[in-house]
Design a protein around this ligand. Structure first.
Ligand code: ATP
Ligand code: MG
Length: 177
């Protein structure tokens, strides 16, 4: 079964961060195997079960006897990070062509601090972007709205553009926060 691949197959990492290593599954191309802290992977699994529209799904976590903090391995839904990043770049350049600050989207994560100025500025940029995208690029409008909804739902503090991907149904999902 899926998780046993981690012991048996020669692997090339798909991605590697400070805490986790991610491999392609050779058995199921829609899955990845992720090695990290068992407890962290378990708490991520709970989070993805509570918020399936925001987080990439973890199907199973098992104990793993790796070096240091690599105590767990998870089987996880694979998302397309390249497609996500290329759409984000396109959105950013479109926003720039509208004279909208391309970073405004990320401020959605600061709205929780309840700063009226922040909120006003965000809404101003958001409304302006929606209006222009409705007219010039409805595909990018769809992407922007999906991304903002995903960002609104992300709970952790480590939010950056390398933590997202697009699933097989075209939804944007976060896989680490
Ligand atoms: N579900 C997934 N689908 C596709 N690629 C993934 C998935 N999860 C992780 N990756 C790839 O592996 C990389 C590292 O994964 P992840 O962010 O979970 O590890 P990390 O060690 O916490 O990284 P960092 O500390 O840099 O945030 C990602 O940047 C991405 O390229
Ligand atoms: Mg990460």
């Amino acid at each position: 079964m899926g998780l046993d691949e981690i012991k048996t197959k020669k692997k090339r990492a798909l991605g590697r961060g400070r805490e986790k290593i991610t491999y392609r599954s050779t058995i199921n191309p829609n899955m990845v195997l992720k090695i990290g802290s068992y407890n962290e992977l378990m708490s991520y699994k709970e989070k993805s079960e509570k918020h399936p529209n925001i987080y990439a799904k973890i199907f199973e976590v098992r104990k793993y006897n790796g070096d240091g903090w690599y105590t767990g391995v998870a089987i996880m839904e694979k998302v397309d990070t390249k497609k996500f990043l290329s759409k984000l770049r396109k959105l950013e350049s479109t926003l720039e062509s509208f004279n909208v600050n391309k970073y405004f989207i990320w401020n959605v994560t600061n709205l929780s601090i309840n700063d009226q100025n922040f909120e006003d500025r965000f809404n101003e940029n958001y409304n302006k972007s929606v209006k222009l995208l409705e007219k010039h690029d409805t595909e990018m409008l769809d992407f922007m709205i999906k991304f903002i909804n995903c960002l609104r739902g992300v709970l952790g503090g480590d939010v950056h553009e390398w933590q997202f991907g697009i699933d097989k149904d075209g939804n944007i999902k976060c896989f680490d926060d």
